[in-house]
Design a binder for this molecule. Sequence first.
Ligand SMILES: Nc1ncnc2c1ncn2[C@@H]1O[C@H](COP(=O)(O)OP(=O)(O)OP(=O)(O)O)[C@@H](O)[C@H]1O
Length: 759
Amino acid sequence: MGDFLTQNNEKQQEQKRVDFVINEVNTQLKDTKEQLDIAFKERRKVESSYGDTAKVNTFEVDDQMETNAAIQQQKQLVALTVESETILENKEKSLNLLKNTPYFGRIDINEDGEKESLYIGTSSLIGDDGDFLVYDWRAPISSLYYKGTLGHASYRTPTGHLATVDLLKKRQFKIENGEITKMFDTNETVGDEMLQDVLSENSDTHLKNIVASVQHQQNKIIRDTSSDILVVQGVAGSGKTSAILQRIAYLLYHSRSEINADQIILFSPNHLFSHYISEVLPSLGEKNMRQVTLFDFLMKRHEGFRIESLFDRFERDQHNFPKAAKEIRQFKESLNLYEELQDYLKRTPSDTLAFNDLILNGEIVISREEILKIYQQTPQKLVLSERFRQTKNNLIELLKKRVADHAKSAAVEEQVENLSDSDFHYYHEHFISDDKTVDEERDILNYQLAKEDYQSLYDAIYNDLFIDNYQTYLQFLKQVNLSSVSKEAFDEMIISVDQDIENHFLRVDDAIAILYLRDLLTGSGQNFAIKHLFIDEMQDYSPLFMAYIRHCFPKAKLTLLGDYKQNIFSSYEQDTNTYNQIPDIFKNESKTYIELNTSYRCSKQITDFAKKLLDKNDHIESFSRQGPQPKTHFLTQSAHDMTHYVKLINHQLDQYPMVAVITKTQQQAERLYHKLKARIDVNLLTQESRSLKKGVCILPIYLAKGLEFDSVIVDNVSKENYPQQSDRDILYTIASRAMHELNLVVQTQLPTFLNTQKA
Ligand SMILES: Nc1ncnc2c1ncn2[C@@H]1O[C@H](COP(=O)(O)OP(=O)(O)OP(=O)(O)O)[C@@H](O)[C@H]1O
């Protein structure tokens, strides 16, 4: 009873403080809004007078100079007003976040005999008297909340000095709409009670931030600023995605002046996922980073080609994936291919390199033979990219000569004759100075028009389109000797790649290899501006792609995360997966490895079930949250059984806002959707889907990657549908999408690997 009273009293005290802080937030919000209003008016004023200045007569030279100086000054003024407006807007955003939940944690410390209580929230709040009412969770001192248990603890001060304190108390709050709904004191890093509470909530259409309950290992990922390559292997639901999003917020805070969100790229598995995670950073007061999928990345770089997505490839593999095809794919995805490519390009006689004719209006202006000759005339001792640079320069010179010839042609003469008055004035104004004679004027005009005729050829040379990477790739393949595959099978593959190219279509592995080949040849394709690159679900990317990504973003620090057990797309076996090859891919770079072994997403019962699908050696810990046991339902697709299927779905829907029926393939998802849609409101998700909705959705597993649902129904877990041992990875991935409840629908018999365990 005494305890209860003390607790109640403490809660009242804390609530008083919350009220006080919210009051301060509201006052500051009001001030900020007023200042924003002033800043906005100020900017409008400066901008409109900037316009007036620009209109000043620029006829006289002196006036012109004066005007330029004035314009520069005005430009600076506009930049300053925009900057102060942005600062105020950011402040307003942070205050709005603090308005309902000003903080989530408190630590009491004794530092050099001085006791202090610090409150921790999504951003800092400084009161009238200059005191910190709330500390940003990313401030150095806030790290005490995440890493230490009570007693001695240390943190690095902004000056780099290691400060030691006595951590006396750690308290967690759940504050909703200004009211403390829960409050726990804890000695754990972040106590189980709070975590239990967060994890027992229902799933949502968007991932939430985990700022209040980051766990010790996750904290290491978030606060690592020194590794060049940070590699995270984490079991399904262990918070990898959550941790990297927090990490991005952390990096942005600590390097505000050096990094902005545009210099951070996240490779995400699909657009559904991109949308699913898009609210985490804004909820922490930060701008979202750039997101790209592998498919988009390749499409952008192979203009005019259709690319097979990983999803289409997965569907195709379900129908036919012979052993030879698997061997060839493994080769095309491997670092060996990179080495062979390099080697080939070094030793290959130049006449096996393929070039494109430069064609204008159906006529060859520079033929591929001419280009080859130019290339062959460059010094052999130079590196390839340098030979290409010289070839390119020489081609431009040659084109200039062709332009000069063209300028004298009757066609151009005629164009000049037929110029309209306004075009004539335009050329005069832009290209011909007053001191030219009539003949000179004519020559310049002819040359300019001839140059414009040839502009597309300049662009083609500039963009390296005179090289035929696709044919060069075929030439390369023709000399590969892959001992594990018969010559017939390999030749067949080359014919099929040739046909694909003819049809302007590329398979993923070819698309990546061709990009690498292109960049090795031309020395292009690198982006030095990107500072951080994150790859989620790294197990989906081949070693070759990883090496290529390093080539593309040479200055970026990499954070690679994944779970090699959720191995759906790759043709690799466990011991040759991308994760194991990281030391070979990033040979001379420093790497830090972190493992996350606890699944926070699933109830203990679901994690225990999923665990049995994996090897004994795979280490997964379940979090202690309890839920119902996974259940098996034997249902065919007869009308009678479909009624039971619908009942099962409805029953889940009565209990949970988000229910997913997960199939193995898109085709199965579509078939099931058509059977169910007349009886129940369901939402079919496809590659084109961009967002999740509450209710019931049907989707194939590869679209459910990275997502989670309150309840998952696994469709058709039958031995015909999951015949192989490797299908265990797919079932593991499906099962681990479920937070609270898992149901398996079996049409015939359970797969052999599941038969030995009762669901
Ligand atoms: N420290 C934490 N506090 C609260 N919730 C957490 C924490 N860590 C993870 N979670 C929750 O666990 C769930 C899984 O997290 P997340 O999606 O980041 O895991 P993941 O490792 O990326 O999973 P997957 O490999 O399946 O994509 C999310 O609901 C997330 O909010």
